[in-house]
Design a protein around this ligand. Structure first.
Ligand code: FAD
Length: 289
């Protein structure tokens, strides 16, 4: 089933994102957690793809397990940074061979420390080109990334929106947003998208807060803002892990509940391969689903 078909049918589709662990021990841990995550009955699970990392093969292994062993729709992320067109085609053929019907098409990032982006020879510079490549290949549902607070490299919001439109024009049928912590940013983003003629489902991406260092690190990397009140609550909780957990879970659950009341087509949770937080959040939002 294509991911676009999960949306617009009168209820909000919940999806999860996981990442391939770096180590074999991590893979064993994820193997144990997968059935737990699946028991929470998301509509589908997406698996990230290391832009230049060694875990690329693991993305397919995990996505294939979800789709073929657990009979749940799986989405394979794919980045174009660091791959030639021929390599991308080979990867897409492999994805097809494993019956996976959906790809999230991304540019990816340079390894940390490398600021200058150098596209590979015979490769692509931007995700819109990868979307076009997958669209030409045919037969896949295609998701792309959208940025309510603009992409960190984009000179301004309008330019970034124009670039998002290119991805949609090239065949993307769903937009999943970067994490953010203030729903008004999401509503504003959707309004702007609609105003420039983007009509595809736009799915808010929420990342449960596991700790103050985690949220600070991730938001500084992607340019998302942490609301002052949330930050001061987390700082006040300090090293009290159970307090931090409660603040994080309540914040994300309340954010999700507000979005559901607002009538969003779905919510994508960045679950960070954890079960406890998302299980608790799902329990708190189930009455609104
Ligand atoms: P693009 O759409 O190419 O945009 C990148 C920048 O270039 C933006 O500033 C944009 O405005 C600009 N731009 C776009 N097109 C053009 C153009 N034609 N001409 C000029 N400028 C242009 N990273 C991973 O490594 N692996 C993953 O699995 C992964 N999954 C993600 C899932 C989601 C839902 C999100 C939101 C992000 C994910 N990322 C992942 C992170 C992503 O790779 C980075 O945010 C990356 O910096 C940009 O990727 P993009 O696909 O948005 O790139």
């Amino acid at each position: 089933m294509k991911i676009a078909d999960f949306y617009g049918n009168g209820h909000s589709a919940i999806s999860f994102e996981i990442f391939p662990p770096r180590t074999s021990a991590g893979m064993v841990g994820l193997e144990e957690r997968l059935p737990q995550l699946i028991s929470l009955a998301p509509a589908f699970i997406t698996v990230t793809y290391g832009a230049l990392g060694t875990e690329q093969g693991r993305t397919l292994e995990i996505a294939s397990r979800i789709k073929n062993d657990y009979a749940m729709e799986a989405v394979h992320h794919l980045t174009c940074v660091g791959s030639s067109r021929e390599e991308l085609t080979r990867t897409i053929e492999e994805i097809r061979r494993h019956n996976i019907e959906n790809i999230i098409a991304l540019r990816g990032d340079q390894p940390r420390g490398d600021t200058l982006f150098v596209p590979p020879s015979d490769g692509y510079s931007h995700a819109d080109q990868l979307v076009d490549h997958i669209h030409q290949f045919g037969g896949f549902g295609i998701g792309v990334a959208g940025y309510p607070e603009k992409h960190i490299e984009a000179p301004d919001f309008t330019t970034d929106l124009r670039n998002l439109k290119r991805k949609v024009n090239n065949g993307a049928d769903v937009i999943i947003t970067q994490l953010y912590y203030d729903n008004s940013q999401f509503y504003r983003f959707v309004d702007h998208c609609r105003a420039v003629g983007i009509h595809q489902p736009i799915i808010p991406g929420l990342m449960p807060i596991l700790g103050i260092e985690q949220i600070k690190r991730i938001t500084s990397m992607c340019g998302a803002t942490i609301p002052t009140l949330l930050l001061s609550q987390l700082e006040e909780a300090g090293n009290d892990i159970s307090k931090v957990h409660e603040i994080g879970i309540s914040y994300t659950a309340n954010q999700a509940l507000e979005l559901l009341v607002h009538g969003v087509p779905g919510i994508h949770f960045y679950v960070l391969n954890q079960y406890f937080h998302i299980a608790e959040i799902m329990d708190r939002i189930k009455s609104a689903l």
